[in-house]
Design a protein around this ligand. Structure first.
Ligand code: UT7
Length: 333
C-alpha cells in the first residue's frame, strides 16, 4: 500500500518589530481607514536587519514545529524551503537553513512559487514520502518582504500589504487509511508574470543591476492590484472545488479553510461564494499582512494552537499569487 503523508508538527516565527497602519501613516500618504477597508490589515511585522534572516527565522519556526512533532532536528532527512526573498541571489536559503539547524549533509531544495510556494512544497514532500524516499521532511515558507518595499507615497499600494515571517511543518508517513494529505493541485499561467513581480536584478540583461534599474524602481515589487484581485477570487474558488471533486467531497465537509492571506476582502469573498460560516475559515492577515509563502504555515500554526485544527478534521489550504500560480491541498488531519 502506498503510504500517505501527514503533518505532525507546525510552528512559526515572526519578527518582534510590529509596524501598525499608524506607523505607515507617518511615512506615506495613507490612512489606517483605507488600509483596513481595502485589505483588512491592521499591523504587520518587519524584520530587524541586525538579527533576522530568512534562514534564522525559518530555523526558529522549525524548532517550534519539531517540538510539537516530538522530534529533534537530527531526525529531519530532507528540507524544502519556499521563499521568493532568499538571503542571497545564490545559493538558495535552504542550505543556509540546513547550516543554521546544524544538520548532516541532507538535501535542501528551494522553491520560488511566491504565494503558492508553501502548497507546492507540501506537494513535493508528499510525493517523496509516498515513494518512501524520505520519512521526516521539513517544509518551510519564509519571507523578508519589507526590504523590497518602497515606503514613500509612490509605493503605497504595494507596501501597506506585505509583511515578514516564517512558518514550518514536519511531514511524516501516515499509517491511517484515507487520512493525511488527500490530494494537492498545482497550477500556473505565466502569461501574467509581469502583473506581480520584481524585475531587477535579473540575469537576462547585460548588466544585472545598475543605477538606472534602481532609479526606475526595478528592484521594487510591482503589482497590478486590480487585475491580481480579479484573478485571485476566481482561481481560489476553482482550485478549492477541484480538490473537493478529486476526493468526492462537498464543500460542507470542510472543517477549516486556510487561504493564503492576500487580502481579507479576497478571503471574505471566497468564504461567501463557498457558503462557509465564520468558524470554517481562518484569517490572521489583520496581524501579519501578506507574508507570501509564509502566510499559510503561520496561519496553520496559530489555528492549531487555538484548537481549531483537530484530529480527523478536513482542512483545505488554497493559494494564489505571482506567476500567476495557484494551488490547493486537502488534508484529513
Ligand atoms: O498575495 C499575492 C497576491 N496579491 C493580491 O492578491 C493583492 C490583490 N490586490 C489587492 O489586494 C488590491 O488591489 C489592493 C489592496 C492592492 C488595492 O486595492 P484596490 O481597491 O484595488 O485599490 P486601487 O489600487 O484601485 O486604488 C484605489 C484608490 C486609488 O486612488 P484614486 O485613483 O481612486 O484616486 C489609489 O491611488 O486608492 C488609492 N490608494 C491608496 N490610498 C491610500 C492606493 N494605495 C493606497 C494607500 N493608501 N496605501
Amino acid at each position: 500500500m502506498i503510504k500517505r503523508s501527514k503533518i505532525t508538527g507546525i510552528g512559526h516565527y515572526v519578527p518582534e518589530n510590529i509596524v501598525t497602519n499608524q506607523d505607515l501613516e507617518k511615512l506615506m500618504d495613507t490612512t489606517d481607514a483605507w488600509i483596513v477597508e481595502r485589505t483588512g490589515i491592521r499591523q504587520r511585522r518587519f524584520f530587524n536587519p541586525e538579527t533576522d534572516t530568512v534562514a534564522n527565522m525559518s530555523a526558529k519556526a522549525t524548532h517550534m514545529a519539531l517540538e510539537r512533532a516530538g522530534l529533534q532536528a537530527k531526525d529531519i532527512d530532507f528540507i524544502i524551503l519556499a521563499t521568493i526573498t532568499p538571503d542571497y541571489f545564490f545559493p538558495g536559503s535552504g542550505v543556509l537553513l540546513q547550516r543554521e539547524l546544524g544538520l548532516k549533509e541532507i538535501g535542501a531544495l528551494d522553491i520560488r512559487n511566491a504565494c503558492s510556494g508553501f502548497i507546492y512544497s507540501l506537494s513535493i514532500a508528499d510525493q517523496f514520502i509516498k515513494t518512501g524516499m524520505y520519512k521526516n521532511i521539513l517544509v518551510v515558507g519564509a519571507e523578508i518582504q519589507s526590504s523590497a518595499m518602497d515606503l514613500s507615497d509612490a509605493g503605497r499600494t504595494v507596501s501597506v500589504i506585505f509583511g515578514d515571517g516564517a512558518g514550518a511543518v514536519i511531514m511524516q508517513p501516515d499509517d491511517r487509511p484515507d487520512a493525511g494529505i488527500l490530494s494537492t493541485h498545482l497550477h500556473s499561467d505565466g502569461r501574467h508574470a509581469e502583473e506581480l513581480y520584481i524585475k531587477d536584478p535579473g540575469s537576462s540583461r547585460h548588466v544585472r543591476l545598475n543605477k538606472d534599474m534602481i532609479d526606475q524602481q526595478g528592484i521594487r515589487a510591482h503589482m497590478n492590484g486590480n487585475m491580481v484581485f480579479k484573478h485571485a477570487i476566481v482561481r481560489f474558488q476553482e482550485v478549492i472545488k477541484e480538490a473537493l471533486e478529486a476526493n468526492n467531497l462537498q464543500k460542507e465537509a470542510i472543517d477549516l479553510l486556510i487561504p493564503h492571506q492576500a487580502n481579507l476582502r479576497i478571503s471574505n469573498y471566497v468564504q461567501e461564494q463557498l457558503g462557509l460560516s465564520d468558524d470554517k475559515i481562518y484569517n490572521n492577515i489583520m496581524r501579519y499582512g501578506n507574508t507570501t509563502a509564509a502566510s499559510i504555515p503561520i496561519a496553520m500554526s496559530e489555528a492549531w494552537a487555538e484548537g481549531k485544527i483537530k484530529e480527523n478534521d478536513l482542512i483545505c489550504l488554497a493559494a494564489f499569487g505571482s506567476g500567476f500560480t495557484w494551488a490547493s491541498a486537502l488534508i484529513k488531519w
